[in-house]
Design a protein around this ligand. Structure first.
Ligand code: GLN
Length: 280
């Protein structure tokens, strides 16, 4: 079979299983199998695919049919300016989360040598995107999951940032190292009860640990705000991602810990998603 028929057969199977981006997913998965990019696959559609590669491809198609996200099957996701290594131990980087990067870069435009802390680094995509853009910024990333830290470290190496970032395995409550000019975080903020209503690809395949915000969705956010208030320098900035219905509650929590709200931002779906604040 040539590239074009393999892709079209894969796409038909995905479509039958109600995967909406069937054609694109099939192209990306075949590119992964033959170790090329999507462009190559599209420009060489008459090339033959070996029996062995076809078998591996259709195994991936089967996993995609069950809802396994493409990013976990290819171990790659593009975020901000770079491609990140991801596994199902980390959340898949989302375009909405680029708001944190965008705001961080905007408010530090004229800063030099600042120290940034990320609470819950996951794949590392937020803090590494910032450090990649600002060669004289330094980072610290903490996570409760050692597997996430290993992935963050791989991404730091890939992006040549390892010398400017340190990683620590720690619960947010227990971390007490340093003082920071900027703290960023995308903590778990989905209500425990709502986890089951997330899209299937998310609910079944992405790590609970990165999503579950406890009964009211705010358990981790509360801890992150409290800890940030201790670890941030006076006039330091704090940028937090929140759930679509959490803006007012989180603003109250921030005010109580001595943060002034600079702005709130909406995501691509026009939901409140990001709060920028200053410790006063
Ligand atoms: N935005 C993610 C989602 O909708 C949740 C991320 C999080 O809990 N931090 O699945």
């Amino acid at each position: 079979m040539n590239i074009s028929s393999v892709i079209s057969n894969g796409s038909k199977i995905l479509k039958k299983n109600l995967i909406s981006s069937s054609q694109l997913d099939s192209e990306i998965l075949l590119a992964k199998i033959i170790n090329k990019d999507r462009k190559y696959v599209l420009l060489n559609s008459n090339n033959k695919i070996s029996k062995k590669d076809q078998n591996t491809f259709f195994k991936l198609i089967e996993r995609r049919s069950l809802g396994n996200p493409v990013a976990y099957l290819t171990n790659k996701k593009f975020f901000w300016n770079s491609e990140y290594f991801v596994t199902n131990d980390t959340l898949i980087p989302r375009p909405d989360t680029e708001l944190i990067v965008e705001n961080s870069l905007r408010i530090t435009k004229h800063k030099n040598k600042i120290n940034i802390l990320e609470i819950g680094v996951g794949s590392g995509c937020i803090i590494l995107s910032i450090l990649k853009e600002r060669k004289n910024f330094y980072g610290t990333g903490i996570d409760i999951s050692q597997k996430c830290l290993n992935i963050s470290k791989i991404n730091a190496l890939k992006l040549k940032i390892s010398s400017r970032i340190k990683f620590y395995k720690s619960d947010v409550d227990k971390f007490n190292l340093g003082k920071y000019d900027l703290i960023v975080s995308n903590p778990p903020y989905i209500k425990k009860f709502d986890l089951r209503y997330l899209e299937r690809d998310i609910a079944k395949f992405e790590p609970r640990l990165a999503l579950d915000g406890g009964l009211d969705g705010l358990s981790e956010i509360r801890k992150v705000i409290k800890k940030s208030s201790e670890l941030i320098k006076k006039n330091g900035k704090f940028i937090l991602e929140i759930g679509f219905d959490q803006k007012n509650k989180v603003i109250n929590l921030l005010n109580r810990e001595g943060f002034y709200i600079n702005s709130t931002q909406k995501d691509l779906a026009y939901n409140d998603r990001c709060i920028v604040s200053t410790k006063i």
